[in-house]
Design a protein around this ligand. Structure first.
Ligand SMILES: *Cc1c(COP(=O)(O)O)cnc(C)c1O
Length: 473
């Protein structure tokens, strides 16, 4: 047997190549409270329960108890009545998927069900539609404010609509849809309405308490039937926990699954998983109790302050602006003029130790860089601003990334449905990843190629890329 220390040292070396999860310099994917001790507590709690199996809550009543505690806390925050129920899931995508599944199963008489979505709804709903064979009816949002349009959404509801969705806020732009109006339209047609508060649900109620004007978006709004909120985002819990709340138990039933049709144990699942580690659940339970209401209020204040200062830093830089006035903790940076390539700007930020997340142009939304601001960014705003200023100057100096004409023509001619291994190989080589080369240091050239590919082709290319990445070592 190899000694444990040696293996942990090897793991440490592998992890050293990752983006940092602490310190506020990774402005997507991770959420940092900036507080000492939270991670250690979460890790200890995780370790205590990691082997326990949520598959059978009667065998592991601690998990049942902790799940009910988490759902109660989420329900209190989001306006649930005593009739509200919920489930803890593995993440936002699973919560959104279960909302769609429950809605579909609540209307089994509908042969070709559809779900009405604003164009800004999270891709998790597209995934749900894809997996559960529910047709997504994707509607344009306001081209300037990026908010869903209640009239358009209400008009799109038909007899086969099982669910209407809106975001609080949307991931890409960080704006709240007009939840009350959309919910009213859905309720008038007797259709369920899901509010995706995966990213805002644990921070916006605190913003309201801090005096910010935040419209109601939870169960206090008439017509809202389910709400999702991710604990692994602004509740600062480790990855692997989200809560899906339903206004009442009847609405939840459709995502439960029971199967007695085999010789083993009767399979009884509340979520997509069957065996479910108690680790993430216990970690979330510990973090929630540790930080408490006061803790979350203080963390929300820190995030709110950081958003304002970071925003001012961005607006102070020549050629950069926000895509839209932010309603929450998410910012989208774009550029006014020619000559400042955003993908190069992202690489330049990377060179300076900051990760910002490129978002491609979509309808009226220009290419932009997404920032998820957390409490850990408080105090580091000027450092961020300096890095952004220097990166913008360097990106301007480097000039725009131009995709080689031959490659552009090649991309243009590719058929996403008939892409061959050879064609993909040629593109990998063009991207500097041919012949077993590792991941590239800089992404701007690759992003520029992806940006000119039609979305269907981009999807196909990235699926091939996944196949290329995931190979046994
Ligand atoms: C993060 C997010 C999701 C998906 O959550 P995962 O935890 O990444 O699966 C869904 N909706 C919104 C608005 C989000 O921000």
């Amino acid at each position: 047997m190899r000694p444990a220390e040696e293996i942990l040292a090897e793991l440490g070396e592998l992890r050293a190549g990752d983006l940092p999860t602490r310190g506020g310099r990774t402005l997507a994917y991770v959420y940092d409270s900036g507080l000492d001790g939270v991670d250690d507590l979460a890790a200890a709690a995780h370790a205590q329960a990691a082997g326990a199996n949520g598959l059978d809550p009667t065998a592991f009543p601690s998990l049942l108890r902790m799940e009910n505690d988490l759902v109660a806390a989420a329900s209190r925050l989001l306006g649930g009545t005593p009739r509200a129920v919920g489930s803890v899931t593995s993440g936002g995508t699973e919560s959104c998927m279960l909302a769609v599944l429950a809605a579909r199963e609540g209307r089994t008489e509908v042969i070709a069900p559809n779900v009405v979505l604003p164009a800004t709804a999270h891709a998790a709903f597209h995934k749900a539609a894809h997996l559960f064979r529910v047709r997504p009816v994707i509607l344009p949002v306001d081209p300037v404010t990026f908010r869903a349009d209640p009239d358009t959404m209400t008009a799109a509801i038909d007899d086969d609509t099982v669910l209407v969705v809106a975001s609080a806020p949307s991931y890409a732009h960080g704006v709240l849809d007009p939840i009350a109006e959309i919910a009213a339209g859905a309720a008038a047609r007797g259709v369920r309405m899901h509010v995706d508060a995966c990213i805002g649900g644990w921070v916006l109620p605190y913003f309201r308490r801090l005096g910010r004007s935040v419209p109601e978006f939870g169960f206090t709004v008439d017509g809202v039937t389910s709400v999702s909120v991710d604990l692994h985002k602004y509740a600062y819990c480790p990855k692997g926990t989200s809560v899906l709340l339903h206004a009442d138990a009847e609405l939840r039933r459709g995502h439960f699954f029971a199967d007695a049709g085999w010789p083993g144990y009767t399979m009884l699942n509340s979520t997509l998983q069957s065996t479910r580690s108690g680790g993430p659940l216990a970690a979330a339970w510990a973090v929630l109790h540790h930080l408490g209401d006061d803790g979350y209020l203080a963390l929300a204040q820190a995030s709110l302050d950081a958003v304002e200062v970071v925003r001012a830093e961005i607006e102070d830089i020549d050629g950069l602006r926000l895509v839209v006035e932010p309603n929450s903790t998410l910012l989208a940076i774009t550029t006014d003029g020619e000559g400042l390539d955003l993908f190069t700007l992202a690489d330049e930020m990377g060179d300076r130790g900051w990760y910002v997340q490129p978002q491609f142009a979509h309808q009226s939304s220009p290419a932009n860089l997404h920032l998820t601001i957390t409490a850990a960014n408080r105090g580091g705003e000027a450092e961020f601003g300096a890095a952004l200023r220097h990166s913008a100057a360097a990106a301007r100096e480097a000039g725009p990334v131009v995709v080689d004409e031959g490659i552009a023509a090649f991309l243009e001619g590719l058929d996403p449905d008939a892409l061959t291994a050879e064609e993909f190989g040629e593109l990998l080589a063009a991207a500097g990843m041919g012949g077993g080369a590792g991941l590239p240091e800089r992404m701007a050239e690759i992003n520029a190629m992806l940006a000119i590919a039609r979305p269907a082709l981009r999807e196909r290319l990235l699926q091939e890329f996944l196949g290329f990445l995931y190979r046994p070592s």
